[in-house]
Design a protein around this ligand. Structure first.
Ligand SMILES: Nc1nc2c(ncn2[C@@H]2O[C@H](COP(=O)(O)OP(=O)(O)O[C@H]3O[C@H](CO)[C@@H](O)[C@H](O)[C@@H]3O)[C@@H](O)[C@H]2O)c(=O)[nH]1
Ligand SMILES: [Mg+2]
Length: 243
């Protein structure tokens, strides 16, 4: 079902590190979806001084689409995914914030479903899930599938927040809800997404799920290396002790 037009504004946070091929395509897809559904939006690009010149591409997109639609929030170096969201939300003008990857693994076609779901239940958070309903993952090798499943199961067993995809990062938040959750988080890297759900449950925010298909990137490479996996495990251990 397509959401109706309202005065709502959606701020999309796109963290980028070496995404020069992907950025123009994802931005075009986002503009198309929001325009077709007559929804007000801005796209905030948080680039960490990518060596491949992603920021130059972002500047050209800003010239093309306008600075009310494309907002640049660059940082001086690679400071991690968790803090990129924190940085990106600072000047967000929407009353809703959508967090998603810039490499098209998160397809903008799901956004109207997120919005409809949010409106149906006036939910605080809508989270995409690869691990319920029609959700799924395409293009990952067995090692990556096991890593993702393992990370989810481990977090679920240790912290039980009742969300089927704890490490997913395609989500819609009421902005004041996201700001409050961010204020209470301690994680810096990929574990940030998981901690967000734990904090949301602690604050008793309502969370709805939308099944999504996650398709592995075509251009560029994942930044989730061994260091991030070790960081995830350390972050999880810290959370288990602290919550
Ligand atoms: N600014 C910034 N962006 C970053 C950084 N690290 C990664 N990104 C951006 O964050 C997005 C996700 O990074 P990927 O490297 O493509 O992640 P992935 O391996 O596909 O992992 C996906 O699945 C994980 C769970 O299984 C998720 O936890 C993760 O968020 C992501 O959705 C991309 O847009 C990428 O450019 C960073 O340090 N800084
Ligand atoms: Mg990716």
């Amino acid at each position: 079902m397509a959401p109706n037009a309202t005065t709502d504004r959606y701020s999309v946070l796109l963290p980028t590190y070496n995404e020069r091929e992907n950025l123009p395509i994802i931005v075009w897809m986002l503009v198309k979806v929001f325009t077709e559904h007559k929804l007000d939006f801005e796209i905030i690009v948080i680039d960490d001084n990518s060596p491949d010149g992603t920021l130059d591409v972002a500047k050209r997109l800003q010239d093309l689409y306008g600075s009310d639609r494309i907002v640049l929030r660059p940082r001086a170096g690679k400071l991690g995914l968790g803090t990129a969201y924190v940085h990106g939300i600072k000047n967000a003008t929407g009353n809703f914030v959508i967090i998603m990857d810039a490499d098209m693994s998160h397809h903008p076609k799901f956004i109207p479903q997120f919005i409809q779901k949010q409106r149906d239940g006036n939910c605080d958070i809508v989270t995409g899930t690869r691990y319920a309903g029609d959700g799924g993952v395409y293009g990952w090798d067995l090692r990556r599938k096991l890593t993702s499943r393992g990370a989810n199961v481990l977090a679920d067993v240790l912290l039980s927040p009742g969300v089927s995809d704890l490490t997913g990062s395609f989500r819609l938040y009421k902005k004041h809800v996201l700001a409050k959750i961010i204020d209470s988080t301690i994680s810096k890297g990929y574990v940030f997404q998981m901690e967000m759900m734990i904090r949301a449950r602690q604050f008793d925010y309502s969370i709805a799920e939308v099944p999504i298909t996650f398709v592995d990137r075509v251009y560029g490479e994942s930044k989730l290396g061994a260091n991030e996996i070790i960081g995830y495990l350390k972050g999880l251990a810290t959370l288990v002790v602290s919550v």
